[in-house]
Design a protein around this ligand. Structure first.
Ligand code: TXA
Ligand code: MG
Length: 318
C-alpha cells in the first residue's frame, strides 16, 4: 500500500499541481509532463526561460520508450547499466513529448531516478514527471526538502520528504542522438564509468551555444556570496588577504586545512563522491555564514569532474 503522502502527491500531479520531488541527485520541481499548463507553471515558479527544456522522469526503461522515437544502441546500453540512477539520456522525442517540455526541440531528456520514493511515485502515477532542480533559475540546487521549502515554499503544492540526496550533484546528461555520444553535463555517473560501458570516449560539449542546457551556462548554481576557487597550497594566504579587507570569509575545504584565525570553515570529505554529497548544502550554509567563499576543489577523477564543473560555474573570477 502506498503511503498517504504518495497518494496525495499523485493527486497533485493529476490535478496539474507542482510537487517537490526527492531524487538521489537533487530535489526536483515536478509536474505532469503531459499537462502543458502544469509544465508552464514550473517555468513561472523557477523564473526559467521557456526555451530551456526539462527532463522527463519515468519509472522504467519501458516507460522511457514511450517518450522516445528510439533510445538508440548507445542509449539502451547506458540505460541498462545506469537506470535507475543519475543519468539523463537525450533522445529523439516521440509525439508524447510536447513543445512545452522540450522547448520546441526535437529531442527529449529522459531519466529513471534511483530514489525509492521517486520510483514509487512514478510507478503509482504511471506517466512522466517533468522536473528541473527545485531552485530559482541560476541559483544553488536543493538537496533536502527543507531547501525546497525555504526557497519555493508556498509556490509548491506538496513537498515529499525524502531525506538528503545521496549523490548531491545533478544527473550526467548524455546526448545519444550523435555518435559517438556527447557529454552535455557531467554529473552523478562519472565519465569513466560511461566510457567503460560504451567502449569509446565521449565527445565533450564545451560551448553553451552547442545546446540549450542552462546547466551549461557559464554562470549557474551560484550562491549569493561571491565564490572563488583556490588551491590547497594558496588557501591560507588567500583567506588572510580577503579577511584583511574586512570580508567575512568562509572556506570550503578538506579536514586539516590550515586557516587564519576567525575564518569559518565547512569541511568536505576527502573523496570526490563525499564532496559531491555535501557541495550544495555547503554552498547554502556558506551563504548564511559569510559574504565571501573560498573553495578548494577536489581532484578531477570520478565525481570530482562534476563537482569542479559546478564550482566553476558558481564562481567569480577576478
Ligand atoms: O539530476 C537531475 O538531472 C535533476 C533531478 C531533479 O532529476 N534535474 C535537473 O534538471 O538537473 P535541470 O532542469 O535543472 O537541468 C536539466 C538539464 C538542463 O540543463 C536542460 O537544458 C537539459 O537538462 N536538457 C533537458 N532536455 C534537453 C534536451 N532535449 N536537449 C538538451 N538538453 C536538455
Ligand atoms: Mg538546475
Amino acid at each position: 500500500m502506498a503511503s498517504p503522502e504518495l497518494i496525495a502527491a499523485v493527486d497533485v500531479l493529476r490535478a496539474g499541481g507542482l510537487i517537490g520531488l526527492p531524487t538521489e541527485t537533487v530535489y526536483g520541481l515536478g509536474a505532469d509532463a503531459s499537462n502543458d499548463l502544469a509544465v508552464r507553471r514550473i517555468f513561472a515558479v523557477k523564473g526559467r526561460p521557456s526555451t530551456h527544456p526539462l527532463i522527463v522522469h519515468v519509472a522504467s526503461v519501458e516507460h522511457a520508450r514511450q517518450w522516445a522515437l528510439e533510445l538508440t544502441e548507445a542509449g539502451e546500453k547506458l540505460a541498462r547499466a545506469f537506470w535507475p540512477g543519475p543519468l539523463t539520456l537525450i533522445v529523439k522525442r516521440s509525439e508524447r513529448a510536447s513543445d512545452a517540455v522540450t522547448g520546441g526541440q526535437d529531442t527529449v531528456g529522459l531519466r529513471v531516478p534511483a530514489h525509492p520514493l521517486a520510483l514509487e511515485l512514478l510507478q503509482l502515477f504511471g506517466g512522466g514527471v517533468a522536473a528541473p532542480s527545485a531552485n530559482r533559475f541560476g541559483k544553488v540546487s536543493p538537496t533536502s526538502a527543507a531547501h525546497v521549502r525555504s526557497e519555493l515554499g508556498e509556490e509548491v503544492d506538496l513537498i515529499l520528504e525524502g531525506g538528503s540526496s545521496t549523490v548531491g550533484v545533478e544527473s550526467t546528461i548524455i546526448d545519444v542522438t550523435h555518435s559517438p555520444a556527447r557529454l552535455l553535463r557531467p554529473g552523478g555517473v562519472s565519465r569513466e564509468q560511461i566510457e567503460a560501458v560504451l567502449g569509446q570516449p565521449l565527445v565533450l560539449a564545451t560551448h553553451a551555444t552547442d545546446v540549450r542546457a542552462p546547466g551549461m551556462l557559464e554562470s549557474h548554481y551560484a550562491p549569493r556570496a561571491g565564490l572563488w576557487l583556490v588551491s590547497a597550497a594558496e588557501v591560507f594566504e588567500e583567506a588572510a588577504r580577503r579577511q584583511a579587507t574586512g570580508a567575512r570569509v568562509v572556506v570550503i575545504a578538506p579536514e586539516g586545512t590550515a586557516l587564519p584565525e576567525g575564518v569559518a570553515s565547512l569541511i568536505v570529505p576527502p573523496d570526490e563522491a563525499g564532496f559531491a554529497r555535501v557541495l550544495y548544502a555547503h554552498l547554502r550554509a556558506a551563504d548564511a555564514l559569510g559574504d565571501l567563499i573560498l573553495a578548494v576543489p577536489p581532484a578531477e577523477s570520478g565525481l570530482g569532474f562534476a563537482v569542479r564543473d559546478r564550482l566553476q560555474r558558481a564562481s567569480k573570477r577576478d
